[in-house]
Design a protein around this ligand. Structure first.
Ligand SMILES: Cc1cc2nc3c(=O)[nH]c(=O)nc-3n(C[C@H](O)[C@H](O)[C@H](O)COP(=O)(O)O)c2cc1C
Ligand SMILES: CC(C)CC(=O)C(=O)O
Length: 391
């Protein structure tokens, strides 16, 4: 895609995606809950920290490689699970997984994906499976078995979705799955012929991993909000995490805890990693940003588990700040979906190469050549920095 070669940062790719997508789909991708305060805070939290710029260090060889969730990763970045990726481009999850494999970063397949566990396994990507707990516990068991049988190295339980967040953009746009050509949406779809053609040709659009058990989300023109509230298990507690631990022998990850006490509870249940996340601001509005809690979480759990920061990560400097504050790495959702919408697999590759070059360049400019060398000494809170600069 021509525009991609002139996209130099995530914001540029986001602008391309904005042009490619009809309004209801763009709103679903971009939206947060209620007043979207948390959505904005996720991003703003990174601005509260400054990086230390150390000079005259030999930075001729820089290695941004690391390990996360048991996977070797070419950089401290992973792809968060996102539902229904075929909404954004007909090539959907397969394109994302292929781009992740090419860039050497782990990919999380969502329970709510439009591509099956088996199809994504065939891409050879380093992959983990994200689980939503359905009211139907047999479905959960079946998903676990399929993920284990198809080489998913980690299981990631999302815990911030007991009920659907109040996404008013979706309520206003009347987003139902799969998208339908209604009178209201017609203008928007007509204005995006390339997307509309892809969507029309894409007859495989369905919730590929759960359709046999709970039906297609679009069968009755269901909204995402109604579907989540009807199907997800609201009774889930830490006992279910213990149960999952007993059922899954690979790495176990909790996604969606941000409070230090919850993270400690997760570690006590035997999880290997916490994705410190508020679901990209899509669930509880006015919840704090992952970065706000990160130092306290690391303090509380010590080295007992990996911490992955998820939400608002848009620059290499964001990733490096999170690492300095105690994370093992970061994870992105919307940025790779922008890439997918803007140019399918090539678009996701572009996003990952932007992050890779930013991380490497910023490490060099910080005077750090290895991820393991980045510590709390590399970052300062803006308030302290203003009162005693130059430490
Ligand atoms: C369109 C979309 C769909 C998502 N679907 C899921 C999902 O199926 N499971 C899940 O655990 N999180 C889901 N998330 C949340 C992401 O995994 C991730 O937490 C969030 O996008 C991170 O914030 P960021 O978009 O600012 O990077 C979704 C996010 C978006 C934007
Ligand atoms: C289908 C949804 C439950 C996916 C999701 O988690 C989201 O839209 O944030």
């Amino acid at each position: 895609m021509a525009g991609l070669s002139k996209a130099f940062n995530v914001a540029d790719v986001r602008a391309l995606a904005g042009r490619a997508l009809p309004r209801p789909i763009r709103d679903y991708l971009e939206g947060g809950a209620d007043d979207e305060w948390t959505l904005a805070r996720n991003r703003a939290a990174f601005g509260d920290w400054v990086l230390a710029q150390r000079t005259l260090v030999d930075v001729s060889v820089i290695d941004p490689g690391t390990k996360m969730l048991g996977f070797r990763a070419a950089m401290p970045l992973m792809l968060s699970p996102t539902g229904m990726s075929q909404l954004f481009h007909a090539s959907g999850e397969t394109a994302v997984a292929r781009a992740a494999a090419a860039a050497g970063v782990p990919y999380g397949l969502s329970t709510m994906a439009t591509t099956s566990i088996e199809t994504i396994a065939a891409t050879g990507a380093n992959r983990y499976f994200q689980l939503y707990l359905f009211r139907d516990r047999e479905l959960t068991r079946a998903l676990l078995e399929r993920a284990a049988a198809h080489g998913y190295g980690a299981l990631c339980l999302t815990v911030d979705t007991a009920m659907a967040g109040n996404r008013e953009r979706d309520l206003k746009s009347g987003m139902i799955m799969p998208p339908r050509f209604t009178l209201g949406s017609l203008m928007s779809f007509a204005g995006h012929p390339r997307w509309s053609l892809g969507a029309l040709k894409n007859r495989s659009f369905q919730l590929a991993n759960v359709i046999d058990h709970v039906g297609d989300i679009g069968s009755a023109g269901t909204s995402v909000i109604d579907y989540v509230n009807a199907q997800f298990d609201r009774t889930a507690t830490w006992k279910d995490v213990e149960w999952l631990r007993s059922q899954w022998s690979g790495k176990l990850v909790i996604k969606g805890a941000i409070m230090p006490g919850d993270c400690l509870e997760a570690v006590d249940c035997g999880v290997d990693a916490v994705m410190v996340s508020n679901h990209g601001g899509r669930q509880l509005d006015t919840a704090g940003a992952p970065l706000d809690y990160l130092p306290a979480i690391r303090d509380r759990i010590g080295d007992r588990a990996e911490l992955i920061v998820d939400g608002g990560v848009r620059r290499g400097t964001d990733v490096l700040k999170a690492i300095a504050l105690g994370a093992n790495g970061c994870s992105i959702g919307r940025p790779y979906l922008y890439g997918l919408a803007a140019g399918g697999e090539a678009g996701v590759e572009r996003i990952l190469s932007i992050f890779r070059s930013e991380i490497e360049r910023d490490m060099g400019l910080m005077g750090r050549t290895r991820i393991a060398d980045i510590t709390a000494a590399d970052v300062d809170h803006l308030s302290q920095f203003r009162s005693k600069p130059g430490c």
